[in-house]
Structure formats: C-alpha cells, structure tokens
Design a protein around this ligand. Structure first.
Ligand SMILES: [Zn+2]
Ligand SMILES: [Zn+2]
Ligand SMILES: [Zn+2]
Ligand SMILES: [Zn+2]
Length: 240
C-alpha cells in the first residue's frame, strides 16, 4: 500500500480492490467477452438474485409463522377457558363478543403454522438446488480462464471495511433506483441474509462467511412499502 494513500486515510480494503480492478482492466484492454461467457455471467447473476429472493421469502414466512403460531395459541387459550364452546368449532357468542371488544387481530384464514412450515421446507430444497446451480456456473466461469469472467467476479471476492462485498456496495444505487430498501432509511439490505462457516483457502481455519443482498420481489419491507406482491417468477407460487 502506497504511503500517500495511507496518509490520505483511504480505507485499506478499498485500496487493494481498486488496485486489483485497475490491473485486470489493463490486462483486458479492449477485449470483449465471448458470447458463451456473457451467457454464463447472465445466468450467474440471475441465479444469485434468485438465491436472495429465496432467503427473503424464507425470512418473511418465518415471521408469518411466528405470528400465526402466537394467534393460534391465543385462540386455543380462549377456547380452553370457556366451557360452552370448548368442544365446538365455532366460538360461542360470549367468547365472540369478548374477542371483538378486546380488539384482537383477525386470525389467519388460510395459512396455519403447519402450512407455513411446509412452505419453508420446500423453500429450503429450492435454496439447496439454487446453491448447486450457482456453484456449477461459477466453476464453468473460472475454468474458462476468461479475464472478463474474472473481472465480473472480483467485486464479489473483495469486501469493504464493513465486511460487505464491493458487488453489494456497487449495487446499492441500482437497488435504490428500482425502489428497493437502499432508497429508504430502513437499512434492510445492510442485514445479513445468510451466514455460515467457510474454510480458509490456505490454512485449516474457518471464517464466518456472510452474504448480503439487495431487494427482490420477495422483500417483506418492499412489499409493505409498495402495497403489492408479485412473487419472483422463478419461485413456485407455493405460498399463495
Ligand atoms: Zn365460549
Ligand atoms: Zn426491500
Ligand atoms: Zn427495508
Ligand atoms: Zn438494497
């Protein structure tokens, strides 16, 4: 790291990242990627975004399950208390009235915690398939030894001082322009979507690997903000 750069107080991570980009851009020169590489890169981007969508839907369903579970418990509790409607499906008029005056939110009509649990299990399977496909495309890109492919991956390999990839940093504006959470103050995109132990490349140690993403059709905060929900096209409409 050059002395003047350090003196100016430039963040270290950013310095090394910029340097790596400059080097590879110089190597690439005016080369353009082959069509095959372009296709793989598009595939990779789509698969990566689908992964974010799955994780965001997962988070939303987890929250819904919790709420639905709490409501179910509340209802069961009410039913237990009353001798009159204990063994009946419907609440008796006294309980019905009590529930209305206590201003309890209406129960979920179609989605029980069990339904949500089933959806979550399916979602986990989708995520596993998504990871496998993503890994396969990544391998194809690396095996091609294409500099353009490498250029596209570098922002995903380098992280800033806050521990987020430069790919994430650079996509913030796109997210904001699309109407995502980066355009508001909620800070949803800053949250970790996925975290796991990842072995280091050189020694036997492991690091806590964190994945951050940007808003997709499945972001709960965006759905609430915009007031509509169009499921991600590649995800089965399992939760409608
Ligand atoms: Zn009752
Ligand atoms: Zn969002
Ligand atoms: Zn948000
Ligand atoms: Zn964002």
């Amino acid at each position: 790291m050059r002395f003047w750069s350090w003196l100016r107080g430039e963040p270290r991570c950013e310095y090394y990242y910029r340097k790596r980009l400059e080097d590879i851009d110089y190597q690439i020169g005016h080369d353009t990627p082959r069509d095959q590489i372009k296709n793989w890169l598009n595939e990779y981007n789509e698969e990566e975004t689908l992964g974010f969508a799955i994780l965001q839907r997962q988070r939303r369903l987890e929250n819904e399950k919790q709420t639905a579970g709490a409501q179910q418990q509340q209802q069961q509790f009410r039913r237990r208390r009353c001798k009159q409607c204990q063994y009946q499906k419907e609440m008796c008029s006294a309980c019905h009235e009590a529930m209305q005056t206590e201003d309890v939110p209406p129960p979920y009509l179609n989605r029980s915690p069990e339904d949500l649990e089933r959806d979550l299990a399916k979602l986990l399977e989708e995520f596993s398939k998504n990871r496998t496909r993503l890994g396969a495309i990544r391998q194809k890109l690396l095996d091609s030894r294409s500099l353009c492919a490498k250029r596209a991956m570098i922002p995903r390999w380098y992280r800033n001082d806050a521990g987020r990839t430069f790919k994430w940093v650079e996509d913030r504006r796109k997210c904001a322009d699309r109407g995502g959470c980066c355009g508001r103050t909620c800070g949803c995109c800053e949250e970790v979507l996925l975290e796991y132990q990842r072995p280091k490349f050189w020694d036997s140690g492991k690091v806590r690997f964190k994945v951050h993403g940007h808003c997709t059709a499945e972001c709960a905060c965006c759905i609430q903000f915009w007031g509509f929900y169009n499921p991600h096209p590649a995800l089965p409409a399992m939760c409608s």
